[in-house]
Write a protein of this length. Structure first.
Length: 311
């Protein structure tokens, strides 16, 4: 299989086939992000020849004699073809519709068991496509996009150089809804900065309540020394939220979400791992966060987060 650099995927795509369609990020300007710094290039589109070669390799999974023998010896059922493909790269949905169609065609040719194709997408990637193009992509199996919204707080979006504003999130989510393409959001606790966590959560809830994400996956902002955000901190232009403020931010967000959605904090950067369905699990989730905040030791929380950072 052809992969470049560290491969990132959402926790909930653990059972999906990972197929590289792009490497790196077309935006590559968010002040907090260092995910693709290990690449010698900013962005790379995988040649169709590489994608096809990877699909041929995966195709052998259900017919390779050694694989079949291994399954039989372990008492496992005969391996079946994958049901879902997740295209890796920071934002493969930026590709032209024609390119995405070609990739879907290759997947359908070599892996007829695949039902849906997902990937990461920026809000701006959706805006590059017409309503008709989105509908056509949905018909080809594209569904379950993961959109790194981060926040609905315009002040934070502007400062972090995300390249879009809250109104764009609402507009492009509505277009995905219209096309029948489901999506999940990533939320980044701590992105609004010290003293503004609660405000950022309220603004985000206002935005999310106008959309229909099937899932909101939250992570906690981690500041790395090689990030532009670290330089902003050193220059005195931004201050990081405390660990308690991040927990309070999550509580505020959950408390004000009025839409039916799944809420999860499964990423490795999270201080706590919670998951539940809203609105039915709201009291359980907020009650747990309140109990943590009430009995928390800020220094112990920070030390634990430093440990997580180096895992």
């Amino acid at each position: 299989m052809h992969f470049h650099g560290t491969i990132w995927r959402p926790p909930y795509e653990a059972e999906s086939l990972l197929l590289q369609a792009t490497a790196g990020c077309t935006h590559h300007a968010c002040k907090f992000c260092t995910l693709y710094e290990d690449l010698p290039f900013r962005f790379r589109m995988s040649p169709l020849e590489e994608i096809e070669a990877d699909l041929r390799e995966v195709q052998l999974w259900g017919t390779d004699p050694l694989t079949l023998l291994s399954a039989r010896l372990q008492g496992l059922p005969k391996p079946e073809g994958p049901r879902r493909v997740f295209l890796v790269g920071a934002n493969p949905f930026v590709l032209l519709p024609e390119r995405l169609e070609e990739i879907a065609g290759l997947i359908r040719r070599y892996l007829p068991t695949v039902e849906t194709i997902g990937c990461f997408a920026r809000v701006t990637d959706v805006g590059l496509k017409s309503d008709e193009e989105l509908r056509r992509l949905r018909a080809l199996g594209y569904d379950g996009l993961t959109v790194g919204v981060e926040t609905g707080d315009d002040q934070a979006l502007d400062f972090m150089n995300k390249g879009y504003r809250a109104r764009d999130v609402v507009e492009q989510a509505a277009r995905l809804d219209k096309a029948g393409i489901s999506y999940s959001f990533f939320y980044l606790a701590g992105i609004s900065g010290a003293g503004r966590g609660g405000e950022g959560a309220l603004r985000s809830a206002e935005v999310f309540n106008q959309t229909r994400p099937k899932r909101i996956g939250s992570s906690m902002l981690t500041v790395f020394p090689d990030s532009r955000l670290y330089q902003e901190i050193q220059a005195g232009n931004w201050r990081e939220e405390s660990e308690l403020e991040k927990l309070g931010e999550l509580e505020t967000l959950i408390e004000h979400l009025d839409i039916p959605t799944r809420f999860e904090t499964d990423g490795a950067s999270n201080l706590v791992h919670i998951r539940g369905d809203l609105p039915e699990d709201r009291e359980r989730l907020t009650g747990y966060l309140k109990s943590l905040i009430a009995g928390a030791d800020e220094e112990a929380l920070r030390a634990y987060r430093v440990t997580l950072k180096h895992l």
